[in-house]
Design a protein around this ligand. Structure first.
Ligand code: TYM
Length: 382
């Protein structure tokens, strides 16, 4: 095999996340030109907020950024910022991977007490998928229930669908569209000449909420924006950051997470377009158990071999899931040590994970059930 064939090829775009082996995050940072989050930045973060930072930051699961240091500099000087994140409503239920940016956003909103805007791109999903526009408008409202169930503060959170809020976004959409040409869109998003023209112009719609005056009812002065998302969304915001200074705006800052992996292996992200890759927030307790028991394991094929060599934690999906959802650092370290040495078996790790995920999903389902139309309206009408 020649050297080229041995190289781990990977495609990371808002539409495809796929690696030959495991996803190489250093390579993404180099390719995209973002900055890895350093220990020094985390220490500063912790000092500024005066409390323990989120375990997804200390565990390097949110691992890369653009201008997070500037957001902290400003905050230290008493200047505020706003948070912006979103969801493309392609399915009725969110999966566990979608929770990652929303849960981090909720933590950030609580810690900094700042406003948050959430974009539901019903237009994007209508353009990219088959189905009627009303179907995606319906899915957006259903997805909003899952998002609200994450515990956002209705006073400080504005949720909107593009098809409804476009009138307010449109002036900024136009300004952005005038500064980006087709070649750039082709290069950044892989869009081709035979794609419908909606796809060519859509990136400006995801960019517009990064600018404060897309929300005249919320902000009256140039307010910086921080966007938490998985790194697949970065192409949109690279484009946004390019045009921002030309339009007199502050470049939006970005906080990137790694991907919550597919049940089938860590070379893919959990994705709604591959049903067998995901645990959904609508799954029953039995389904969660079955899916985790069948998930890709880094344990050895026989007990004897496992006891001798231990598990490969880097490729073990259940262990990777624990790094996200087991909050207790000491317990996680104990499992890391016992499982990698072979003292602990794959079935034991899976059992611990099943218990954690069943509690998480059940708790979410209970909260979601209570989200009435009146509650949803509080987030949409501002
Ligand atoms: P969507 O609906 O594909 O994903 C919603 C959010 O979830 C993140 N995400 C994941 N995070 C961790 N692990 C995974 N397996 C995983 N799969 C998805 C995405 O990065 C995203 O943050 N076009 C966007 C919607 C959007 C948006 C935004 C997202 C509009 N404006 C601003 C982030 C920030 C979309 O279709 O996301």
């Amino acid at each position: 095999m020649n050297k080229m064939n041995k190289m781990n090829k990977q495609i990371i775009t808002p539409f495809t996340v796929q690696a030959d082996e495991r996803i190489d995050y250093d390579k993404i940072v180099n390719q995209f030109g973002s900055t890895k989050i350093s220990v020094k930045l985390l220490e500063r973060f912790q000092k500024i907020i005066g409390k323990k930072i989120h375990h997804w930051l200390t565990r390097n699961l949110f691992f890369s950024h653009r201008d997070l240091n500037l957001i902290l500099d400003n905050y230290e000087k008493g200047k505020t910022f706003y948070l912006y994140t979103g969801r493309g409503p392609s399915s009725e239920a969110l999966h566990l991977g979608h929770l990652i940016p929303f849960m981090m956003t909720k933590w950030l909103q609580e810690v900094f007490n700042v406003k948050l805007v959430i974009q539901l791109t019903d237009d994007e999903k209508f353009l990219w998928k088959s189905g009627k526009l009303v179907d995606f408008q319906y899915l957006a409202r259903e997805n909003a229930k899952d998002i609200i169930a994450c515990g956002f503060d209705s006073e400080n959170t504005f949720i909107f669908t593009d098809s409804n809020y476009i009138k307010e976004l449109y002036p900024n959409v136009l300004k952005i569209q005038k500064l980006v040409n087709f070649n750039q869109i082709k290069g950044i998003f892989g869009i081709t000449q035979s794609d419908c023209i909606g796809k060519i112009s859509f990136p400006a719609i995801q960019a517009a909420p990064s600018f404060y005056d897309s929300f005249p009812h919320l902000f009256c002065e140039n307010t910086p924006c921080l966007i938490p998302c998985a790194i697949d969304q970065d192409p949109y915001f690279r484009m946004t950051r390019d045009v921002a200074p030309k339009l007199g705006y502050i470049k939006p800052a970005i906080l990137h997470s790694k991907f919550f992996p597919s049940l089938r292996g860590i070379d893919k992200k959990m994705s709604s377009s591959d049903l067998s890759s995901s645990i959904y927030l609508t799954d029953t307790m039995e389904m969660i158990k079955k899916k985790i028991n069948k998930s890709f394991s880094g344990g050895k094929e026989s007990i004897e071999k496992h006891r001798e060599y231990g598990a490969d934690l880097e490729i073990d999906v259940p262990f990777q899931y624990l790094t996200f959802f087991m909050e207790d650092d000491d317990k996680l370290e104990q499992i890391r040590s016992d499982y990698s040495s072979g003292k602990m078996l794959s079935g034991e790790v899976k059992k611990i994970l099943i218990d954690i995920l069943q509690k998480l999903v059940l708790n979410h389902q209970k909260k979601r059930e209570k989200i009435s139309d009146d509650i949803i309206n509080k987030f949409f009408e501002k």
